[in-house]
Ligand binder design. Structure first.
Ligand code: BES
Ligand code: MN
Ligand code: ZN
Length: 486
């Protein structure tokens, strides 16, 4: 799909050559500057009760009189925010995506200028609503014929719109990468596959990619990570990929992604219902790879290191058992009271490994706890950090990327639950505040650098009829990383 800007003014949209014109209408009245043919159609639809200018409402018109485009969609935005603009645009695009339209033009009616953020939203919205999973279902009919999207803007707004389009393109490609790999089943998305994705990105963008195998991890003393992987016949992979956009002397941003390609729970076996969804337990890893792709494409002046511990969590005759004590790379011992709390066990060694990069900041991303889904549902990712400045930066990035997160507490009182009589800590802390105790566990391995943790168990995946990966939190992470260069 090709994205471009096109200079145009609201008063001559009827003459515009395209297959479908999607106009996002902001405000509660028809804008006076709108082209008369379109303004008449819009006013009439409102007068006839066919369209209300309220968020969520849209109207499809086929060959309206006096308009060159064969299809026009008015999509009401309600508010004048970028969030409302994107939501309205999604409604509009969903109306034309099944039509014969190949070239779609997108414009704004009645809210002033299009910013870079609007342009970014056009790209992410269009890619989001036309994505189709086909890897193991090649017979699926194409989602849409749309191959070209033009953003209509004034001459004065060309620069920011172009910048927004470029950023949107990079983010959307990262989102799609994350979505695609979360969707692929466990037998088509193994640790080896994830390592291959990293290597392919490495070739495409001249990144340094290193993949450690079991032996190498043993040498490093990653007893915690190894214990999770030990009952799986699928070889583990510890992936390290680096984007160098600044001098070596500059401390890097480090992203760590949970890469459990299937989580059965291990000996603490999960119930059968919906266990299939645990193929997306590598959603953190996928979003880190997606972010790496976006960053590598945009080439900001900073250094980025991505670390992905990846394996399956399986039961078996040689599986780690409840009560087993393992020694993490940090030297701290862990009593594994529940083998289903495996995410923190692979992340803790990756967080220790991260120390060698002397990071400016480390962010880990993980489908870590069901408790986070209970706490925040599917709208906000859980954000955990003791550092107010990082929290602010994450929240700003989240707002820019339209990829919400909510800050959760990390009071030391929550740490008490991790006490073990047989090791430095237990790997679970009881059901109350389960997302927080999981974060407290990770915190014990992050003393050497500023750190934040994102629990994306509720946001990386949609259940129900439209079940599948979302590609989140690639928009949040990309904006966060980009802001570190500024
Ligand atoms: N991968 C799961 C968390 C999860 C649950 C992700 C639901 C997505 C949807 C994680 O490994 C896990 O099993 N966590 C346990 C922790 C518990 C044993 C302390 C959980 O949340 O039940
Ligand atoms: Mn688990
Ligand atoms: Zn898991």
């Amino acid at each position: 799909m090709d994205f471009r800007h096109q200079i145009s003014s609201p008063d001559n949209l009827a003459a515009l050559a395209c297959d479908a014109l999607v106009l996002v209408v902001v405000g509660e009245a028809v804008d006076a500057s709108l082209d008369p043919a379109l303004a008449n159609a819009l006013s009439d639809a409102i007068a006839q009760g066919d369209l209300a200018l309220k968020a969520g409402k849209s109207l499809y018109l086929h060959r309206p009189a006096g308009v060159r485009a064969a299809r026009v969609v008015f999509a009401a935005a309600g508010a004048s925010t970028v969030k409302a603009f994107k939501a309205a645009l999604m409604h509009g695009l969903n109306q034309v995506k099944g039509s014969g339209a190949k070239h779609v033009a997108v414009g704004l009616a009645g809210a002033g200028a299009l910013s870079d953020a609007h342009a970014e939203a056009v790209v992410t919205a269009a890619r989001e609503c036309t994505y189709l999973y086909r890897h193991t279902k090649p017979s699926a009919p194409a989602a849409s014929k749309i191959d070209k999207v033009t953003v209509l803007c004034a001459k004065a707004d060309v620069k920011p719109v172009q910048q927004g389009l470029a950023r949107g393109h990079a983010i959307a490609a990262g989102v799609n990468l994350a979505r695609e790999w979360a969707n692929r089943p466990g037998n088509h998305c193994t640790p080896t596959h994830l390592a291959d994705v990293a290597k392919k990105l490495g070739k495409e963008y001249a990144l340094k990619v290193e993949v450690l195998d079991r032996k190498a991890c043993e040498k490093l003393g990653m007893g915690s990570f190894l214990s999770v992987a030990q009952a799986s016949d699928e070889p583990l992979r510890f992936i390290v990929a680096r984007y160098d956009g600044a001098p070596k002397s500059q401390a890097p941003v480090v992203l760590v992604g949970k890469g459990i390609t299937f989580d059965t729970g291990g000996i603490s076996l999960k119930p059968g219902a919906e266990m299939d969804e645990m193929k997306y337990d590598m959603g953190g890893a996928a979003s880190v790879l997606g972010t790496l792709r976006a960053v590598a494409e945009l080439k900001p002046k900073l250094n980025l290191v991505c670390i992905i511990p990846s394996c399956e969590n399986m039961p078996g005759g040689n599986a780690v058992k409840p009560g087993d004590v393992v020694t993490s790379m940090s030297g701290q011992t862990i009593e594994i009271l529940n083998t289903d709390a495996e995410g923190r066990l692979i992340l803790c060694d990756a967080l220790t490994y991260a120390e060698r990069f002397k990071p400016a900041v480390v962010v880990d991303v993980a489908t870590l706890t069901g408790a986070c889904v209970i706490a925040l549902g599917h709208h906000n990712s859980g954000l955990f950090t003791a550092d107010d400045k990082i929290a602010e930066q994450m929240q700003a990035a989240s707002a820019k990327g339209l990829d919400p997160c909510w800050r959760m507490p990390l009071d030391e009182e929550y740490d008490a639950g991790l006490k073990s009589n047989f090791a430095d800590m237990a790997n679970i802390g009881g059901r109350p505040g389960g997302a927080i105790t999981a974060a407290m566990f990770l915190k014990r391995f992050t003393g050497k650098y500023p750190w934040a943790h994102l629990d994306i168990a509720g946001t990386a995946w949609k259940s129900g009829a439209a079940k599948g990966g979302t590609g989140r939190p690639v928009p949040l992470l990309t904006h966060f990383v980009l802001a570190q260069a500024a």
